[in-house]
Write a protein that binds this ligand. Sequence first.
Ligand code: PHE
Length: 351
Amino acid sequence: MLDHEQVVVRTGRRSRLPVIVAVHSTALGPAAGGLRLWHYPDWRDGLTDALRLSAAMTAKFAVAGLPSGGGKAVVALPEGAVLEPERRGAVLEDVADTIESLGGTYTTGPDVGTGPDDMAVIGRTTPHVFCRPARLGGSGDSSPHTARGTLAALRAVGRRLYGTGRLDGRRLAVAGLGRVGAGLARLLAAEGAALTVTDVDPAKRRIGDELGADWAAPDEIHAADVDIVVPAALGSFLTRNGVAELRCRAVVGPANNQLATPDVADLLHRRGIVWVPDYVASAGGVIHAVSVEVHRLAAEEARARVDAIEDTVSELLHTAESRGRTPAQAADELARRRLDAASDPAGPSAA
Ligand code: PHE
């Protein structure tokens, strides 16, 4: 069964590349979610990614308590393809046309492979775009806010496990040094955490050196001897076999779709490892963008909402423990309740 409201797949008129927009749910409000410009062995893998990522966005907004729905856009690039600037522009215009044709049902933002400058290009065709550079009236790069929100989630977990939200002296392994991962690693280093880092791009080693971090191989970092592992790259970081090799007490990070399969959450729980659902820990970016651009909140208020991820995670961990659930189940149930209440004819007050 398709549990998405709408999925558009088109060959871009200019780029001839597959443009995919998945609108999972608008039960809470118009859908939002980033544009992923990434390589896939087959465009169908991009479609699968868009379906999963958009569903996660629905849960992300529901748990964050924001009146937005879940969507995602993916442009599936062939393996090894490099987009020179002109072709990139063509891709972005193709995406913009598709978004505009949805008439506001879906608003895009940055994601893996895109940033504020790309949003500026999309914004020339459609108003349904978040995170354009500030000079163009947007809220700018979302990645510092995603990093800040993840730090809030880490504090909640630290408090739970060690009785303090301070992370100085804790050992953390950050897997992925893209915009969010590198920003988060910097925040953690500034606080005095001992870091192990990695990235599939060996050039990122420079960032690790700058932060005094140890470097691990990308396919080994999950097994690092640390307190908390922080997935900050592409999805499916946690596999059934990988969980058996973990030595940490918690896994908390900003990467979307961290679990290779849903049952991995139960395996983690059985091993006594705290896993904060990715869609809870990674919500800072969208919380900031929507708060500033839709709800017109001032910067400090938007930041306060991002920091409130700490309370959300603390409550989830508490609820999970008191009801004998995994944090993943507790978060799913919370999202489900909020979505059901919104589609209930008796109205949201029935929540
Ligand atoms: N990449 C962001 C996420 O996964 C998507 C996003 C950011 C969408 C900011 C809108 C605004 O949450």
